[in-house]
Design a protein around this ligand. Structure first.
Ligand SMILES: NC(=O)c1ccc[n+]([C@@H]2O[C@H](COP(=O)([O-])OP(=O)(O)OC[C@H]3O[C@@H](n4cnc5c(N)ncnc54)[C@H](OP(=O)(O)O)[C@@H]3O)[C@@H](O)[C@H]2O)c1
Length: 232
């Protein structure tokens, strides 16, 4: 039986990945940060789906010990902060400390745990080796370490992810709405491939694609946004 550890389980994509995995009969361990103010609510929500909530602290030793004990077949890294969160959380939350740092703790633990889990990394459209954008640069670094990890893996590079968020993200809303509008026009003019690459996707749609690729044992590779859209 497949056993999945899902980090970032409370996110827009993560909560849907937990749901879809449970629908597919997977034993799911949904990670919620131990200091989450919503821990009880997540326990109820994930418990109702038949998923276990895991609150292992974000430290190398603890995460390695937890994954070693669990021996997962799949590990999902679906974490990320935003510039706004970094400014308002009261912690030093940055792309470096969260998007890279926590994902890297998880990757090291997955490598060390011994069960050779498939590592599913939620990266982003636009990642390149030469990017100067800090959000994209940390994703390129993690993708590079993933390729060298010796684990089976894939990295998904979606465009905008949309859905009902617990917090307001006006830039994301405007970006996806304007983008989708322009792309509809581009599609009418015949550039369908471009429209499919950049169009936004809901967390639920993306989760379907991630779980399908993960359980179908897709070959190790980067999966672009148009392919993720086609797989929903
Ligand atoms: N949103 C987009 O348009 C988009 C597009 C392409 C790629 N991506 C990338 O895809 C990934 C997931 O996106 P999403 O929109 O589903 O994410 P999301 O809804 O913002 O969820 C982020 C997840 O990361 C966790 N997290 C954030 N800061 C943390 C911290 N300091 N300690 C522990 N956990 C922390 C959150 O936990 P809490 O709930 O406890 O805060 C949550 O589970 C991110 O890496 C994102 O950058 C996003």
């Amino acid at each position: 039986m497949s056993k999945a550890f899902v980090a970032g389980a409370t996110g827009l994509t993560g909560r849907e990945v937990v749901r879809v995995l449970r629908e597919r009969g997977v034993d799911v361990h949904a990670h919620v940060r131990p200091d989450s103010r919503e821990l009880d609510a997540w326990r109820r929500r994930f418990g109702a789906l038949g998923a276990e909530v895991d609150t292992t602290p974000w430290m190398d030793d603890a995460m390695r010990a937890r994954l070693t004990a669990l021996a997962p077949t799949h590990v999902f890294a679906l974490l990320g902060t935003t510039k706004k969160r970094g400014r308002t959380s009261g912690h030093a939350d940055t792309y470096e400390s969260v998007d890279y740092g926590l994902s890297a703790i998880l990757l090291r633990a997955a490598i060390a745990c011994g069960s050779r889990p498939r590592f599913v990394y939620l990266s982003s459209m636009g990642v390149t080796a030469t990017t100067k954008n800090p959000y994209l640069a940390v994703r390129h670094r993690l993708e590079t370490e993933l390729r060298a990890s010796g684990l089976p893996w894939f990295a998904a590079r979606p465009s905008f992810i949309v859905g009902e968020r617990d917090e307001d993200r006006p830039l994301e809303k405007v970006g996806s709405a304007v983008g989708d509008g322009l792309l509809a026009l581009v599609g009418l003019l015949g550039a369908k491939r471009m429209r499919e690459s950049y169009r936004s996707q809901t967390g639920a749609e993306l989760a379907q694609a991630l779980v399908r690729l993960a359980l179908d044992e897709a070959p190790d590779r980067v999966v672009p946004s148009d392919e993720l859209r086609a797989l929903r």
